[in-house]
Design a protein around this ligand. Structure first.
Ligand code: ATP
Length: 367
């Protein structure tokens, strides 16, 4: 396996800059997800690593070798596509063995190799069938087997699970995790599904409008999102974001927003240097850090009206429309029904909030 490195890579289609100028270093044996909304440039970035698209500027190295101008076949990467791209007239065995055929391997050994990898992926009994005669999940495994049959330096995945139903997707995700970790494969994986990125990655590159806005391990991204965009994209339900303004209390700072009160931050000493009275901020709160407020009104509360109360089994998702118009959701653990009606309030611990400045960048908190 090999490391992958993108240095100042840019891509324009005509006059449009699709990828601005990105740097990305992927270690040998890492599983890196390119995560972002539709159109942010994930597939274009992956296709440049594969050699299916030429960068307008910058360099790409695989295993230390500059492959920027190399043909796809000379990069020694395996690729799994969203639509599987199986040849409909070939059997499953021939589809899997195809990369070995184009490299000139004789029929008997290549079919033996195809059988070996098919057995690993639990599709060994389907080798004589045509793609139309197997399920979507089995086609996905066939496509995976075809990528894996030839030893490659790295594997590139373009939303390989998106055509599967929800249950199969979760099953296939765990399978991919196990396969990658047990073989130490270097993998780059495109997805717009944050749960898939959280589950599979050693590091996630969150992309927005042709740029990488944060590149870090999944839990770092979850706990310390760099911007409001990342905060609102990662997590299901995502981080609640509520607008507020700073006020001063001696050496401390308090925050007020419509439907939101945050008490002075005695536990965040640097905040009084970061914020002036009247500064606009965004307060971020993860749903699991909110609880139903009981007792008298007080600080560290969100006030609103009940919008939805969804019992999910082991947890409930309770959503309030705040007095200021924002909508916030709490994840409340436990299988008892949550009793809540009409006007309601959530409480939170101010030590658990994340703050963003008026440009949407996280304000650093002492650890
Ligand atoms: P999705 O999740 O919808 O697949 P993505 O993040 O993978 O989106 P890309 O497919 O990389 O996004 O596309 C990024 C942008 O580049 C889009 O605006 C797209 O229309 C544009 N684009 C991609 N390929 C071409 C092309 N061959 N010619 C012109 N524009 C293109």
């Amino acid at each position: 396996m090999a490391s992958i490195r993108l240095d100042k890579i840019g891509k324009s289609f005509g006059a449009v800059d699709t990828i601005c100028e990105i740097d990305l270093a992927i270690g040998d044996g890492e599983f890196v997800c390119l995560l972002g909304p539709s159109g942010c440039g994930k597939t274009t970035t992956l296709r440049m690593i594969a050699g299916l698209e030429q960068p307008t500027r910058g360099n790409i190295r695989i295993g230390g070798r500059d492959v920027t101008r190399a043909q796809p076949k000379d990069r020694n990467v395996g690729m799994v596509f969203q639509d599987y791209a199986l040849y409909p007239h070939m059997t499953i065995a021939d589809n899997i063995a195809y990369p070995l055929k184009v490299r000139g391997m004789a029929e008997a050994p290549r079919l033996e190799k195809a059988r070996e990898i098919a057995n690993v992926l639990h599709i060994g009994e389907l080798l004589d069938r045509l793609p139309a005669q197997i399920s979507g999940g089995q086609q996905q495994r066939t496509s995976l087997a075809r990528a894996l049959v030839h030893p490659a330096d790295a594997f590139l995945f373009d939303e390989p699970l998106s055509n599967l139903d929800a249950r199969m997707r979760v099953e296939a995700r765990a399978f991919l995790y196990h396969l990658q970790r047990s073989r130490g494969m270097t993998a780059v994986y495109v997805t717009h599904d944050q749960a898939e990125a959280m589950a599979l990655s050693t590091r996630i590159a969150v992309m927005c409008a042709g740029d990488i806005v944060q590149y870090a391990p999944p839990l770092e991204i979850y706990r310390r999102p760099a911007t409001t965009f990342v905060a609102g994209f990662v997590g299901d339900p995502p981080m609640n974001l509520v607008a507020a303004q700073a006020t001063r209390h001696g050496q401390c700072v308090a925050l007020h927003g419509a439907g939101l009160e945050v008490s002075p931050f005695a536990s965040w000493p640097a905040l009084d240097q970061a914020l002036e009275r009247g500064d606009r901020v965004t307060v971020g709160m993860r749903p699991e850090h909110l609880r139903i407020a009981t007792g008298d009104a007080g600080p560290n509360r969100l006030y609103g009206k009940l919008f939805a109360n969804e019992a999910m089994g082991p947890e409930s998702l309770v959503t309030l429309d705040l007095d200021g118009g924002a909508r916030v959701t709490a994840r409340l653990f436990g299988d008892a029904p949550v009793r809540i009606h009409g006007d309601a309030a959530f409480a939170f611990d101010p030590a658990q909030i994340t703050l963003f400045d008026s440009s949407g960048n996280r304000i650093d908190k002492p650890e």
